[in-house]
Write a protein that binds this ligand. Structure first.
Ligand code: UD1
Ligand code: UDP
Length: 381
């Protein structure tokens, strides 16, 4: 029996962790014991608890309740709490996801006390170190003992940084194991899509007909913390709605909700909030999000996870950032990187609305990434 500590904290990590917990419950309960630690980075009911309940994740054994704060304060609080738990739990591995402050705090706490770090979603790069996530993911990869990359692009980034594919066990942080395994988010989208169509009422409750709305999400600090970017994005969402004759549905991240009024002009804020072109919703559950993704006309987003889910459900995506880690989506012609540029965004919306649908080659694995990861952990002990 191996013991893992799984670290979660931000919304997408809770969602990703459900794939591994499910694989353990269904196939590896005799060989893997999982202890779940929630840093408390996200804490609102609709940013955390809703996913733990809906996605059948065991209740966390620990919650550090670090809450919000500057990068330094938030990461430091996590580091202290995680180290204490690792010293008392003495797991064989610490499993971390993605690129948030919770990820880097976990990796740093574990690596320094020689607990092997398992990084799920390794190798992704934006090549933009002004993003806190880019710093977190690079540092985390270089402290990890087992690196699981969801994509070939991720694997190639690791090779460029000196990692070696094909190292033999035993693995250490100086001699890490690097694997290409597919995406646990794809596992989840496949698994939950049948359930979500039965459980979710989001379309009927909001009078949304299939293909008659655009789904948008915005939460990156590069966008929310810059007045010009926010004004450009929201005036362009209004224009995209007018141009396509479709409402924009925008489940709003609390970071964005908290600055919306401050960052927009009075007139723009009024137009945005009157609800004629843009329907702002509070953050929605995962089942509701899947339903919105499956039935929208197209997706406009600066989220990493939502870009991929758009692709899983064969929807084109307008990427509201200047770069993407998920280059396969752009290479397939299913995504366009537009930043906050009005013309580029509207051009992309127009192309995706009028030209034949792009293709969506299967580049995110076979839906069994979590099982592969579990088997590898067992073999590497
Ligand atoms: C974090 C991650 C980002 C990820 C995102 C997923 C870092 C550096 N960033 O960004 O990579 O894409 O999560 O959603 O780790 N807030 C609430 N309630 C909550 C959580 C947050 O109101 O439950 C508000 C607070 O005002 C907080 C702000 O959102 O200050 C930002 O939260 P934080 O976790 O620091 O960063 P995110 O923008 O959520
Ligand atoms: N998501 C959700 N409800 C929402 C918005 C997003 O369930 O209102 C899910 C989405 O389906 C995806 C994940 O949250 O699985 C993406 O998280 P987010 O956009 O917060 O972060 P990122 O992926 O950019 O790190």
């Amino acid at each position: 029996m191996i013991k893992i500590v799984t670290l979660i904290g931000a919304r997408p990590q809770i969602i990703k962790a459900s794939a591994l917990s499910r694989a353990i419950r269904n196939h590896f309960a005799d060989s893997i014991q999982e202890v779940i630690v929630h840093t408390g980075q996200h804490y609102d009911q609709n940013m955390s608890a809703v996913f733990i309940e809906q996605l059948e994740i065991p209740q966390p054994n620990y919650n550090l309740q670090v809450g919000s704060g500057t990068h330094g304060k938030q990461t430091a609080r996590m580091l202290e709490g995680i180290e204490e738990i690792l010293l008392s739990e003495k797991p064989d591995f610490l499993v971390v996801y993605g690129d948030t402050n919770s990820t880097i705090a976990g990796a740093m706490a574990a690596a320094k006390i020689h607990i092997p770090v398992v990084h799920i979603e390794a190798g992704l790069r934006s090549f933009n170190k002004t993003m806190p996530e880019e710093i977190n993911r690079i540092a985390c990869d270089h402290m990890s003992t087992l690196l699981f990359s969801p994509t070939l692009a991720g694997l190639n980034n690791l090779l460029r940084e000196g990692f070696v594919v094909g190292n033999q066990a035993p693995f250490t942080s100086d001699h890490p194991g690097v694997f290409h395994c597919g995406d646990v988010m794809f596992d989840n989208s496949l698994y939950f899509s049948t359930i979500s169509s039965k459980e979710s009422r989001v379309l009927s409750e909001n009078q949304l007909l299939p293909d008659a709305f655009i789904l948008a999400t915005i939460h990156r600090d590069h966008n929310t913390d810059d007045r010009q970017n926010m004004e450009s994005l929201f005036s362009t969402l209004l224009e995209a709605s007018r141009m396509t004759g479709r409402k924009v549905v925008l489940p709003l991240h609390p970071r964005t909700a908290s600055v919306l009024e401050k960052q927009l002009t009075v007139e723009l804020y009024k137009l945005v909030s009157e609800g004629k072109h843009i329907r702002i919703l509070p953050p929605v559950s995962f089942f509701d999000m899947i339903e919105l993704e499956r039935h929208c006309h197209l997706v406009m987003t600066d989220s990493g996870g939502v870009q991929k889910e758009a692709y899983f459900f064969n929807k084109p995506v307008v990427i509201l950032r200047n770069e993407t880690e998920w280059v396969e989506i752009v290479d397939a012609g299913a995504g366009k990187v537009c930043g906050t540029h009005r013309e580029k965004i509207l051009d992309a919306v127009n192309i995706f609305s009028t030209r034949p649908a792009p293709s969506f080659p299967p580049v995110f694995g076979d839906g069994k990434a979590a099982e592969f990861i579990c088997k590898t952990l067992i073999n590497c002990k």
